[in-house]
Design a protein around this ligand. Structure first.
Ligand SMILES: [Zn+2]
Length: 235
């Protein structure tokens, strides 16, 4: 069997960043599919490793069972194994990792050990007001459980269920105050962004556009990068 072609393009190692409510997960899936990249989210990776009973998976499970965060060295070890998998031949899209400067530095080192390097960090942006509007605004029918959203699926009559006329209510988790707290906690920290910006590897895309436009801009940013010849050959 001949070596699988990758269309002449080198493997790409991309990091997708964005606050909650910017559709990051949806975009990650679309971009990975389009470019043939392995879509790697640490949550899925932990679950797979635990299911496979790998040594690092079992170590990760011990932390998760105690309700603790999996330490970076365990996560990086798993990511190093992950980038060597056959489905990652054309590269990887990291979704949800790194979250901190320390994790970004550890990922750089882990990729370097594998003879690879992060190519680009893509940041999906949106204003705080827009994010809060997207994260909150969910209403449920008290009677039949139907779900509405002020932005994407408003009921025909405010406060009443289209299906059964029941009263709509908001769970505490869906209220603006909680959305604002979530945003503050999950926003990519400035030090993380500065890390990639300093390397000329940060690209920002306006997340307040329709989904297709965000995908188009992300792909354009990646294409601009892929058009630049690699400074050194990759394995
Ligand atoms: Zn209803």
């Amino acid at each position: 069997m001949t070596q699988t072609t990758n269309g002449g393009r080198r493997a790409l190692y991309l990091i997708l960043l964005g606050p909650p409510g910017t559709g990051k997960g949806t975009q990650a899936k679309l971009i990975a599919e389009r470019l043939g990249l392995a879509h790697v989210s640490t949550g899925d990776m932990f679950r797979e490793a635990v299911a496979q009973g790998s040594e690092l998976g079992l170590r990760a499970k011990a932390y998760m069972d105690r309700g603790e965060l999996v330490p970076d060295d365990v996560t990086i070890g798993m990511l190093e194994e992950r980038v060597r998998q056959p489905d990652a031949q054309l590269g990887v899209l990291f979704d949800g990792y790194p979250r901190t400067l320390q994790q970004a530095q550890a990922l750089d080192e882990g990729l370097a050990r594998q003879g690879r390097a992060a190519d680009l960090a893509l940041l999906i942006t949106a204003s705080d007001e827009e994010i809060v509007r997207r994260l909150s605004g969910r209403w449920l029918c008290r009677n039949c459980g139907e779900i509405y959203h002020e932005l994407t699926r408003p009921p025909r009559n405010a406060g009443a269920c289209d299906a059964c006329g029941g009263a709509l209510y908001q769970r505490d988790d869906d209220k603006p105050k909680v959305a604002r707290q979530r945003l503050e906690k999950q926003r990519p920290p400035e030090a993380l962004l500065a890390h990639y910006r300093a390397q000329g590897k940060l690209a920002e895309v306006d997340g307040q556009q329709p989904v297709e436009a965000v995908t188009r801009d992300l792909l354009a940013a990646i294409e601009r990068l892929a058009a630049v010849p690699s400074s050194k050959p990759r394995p």
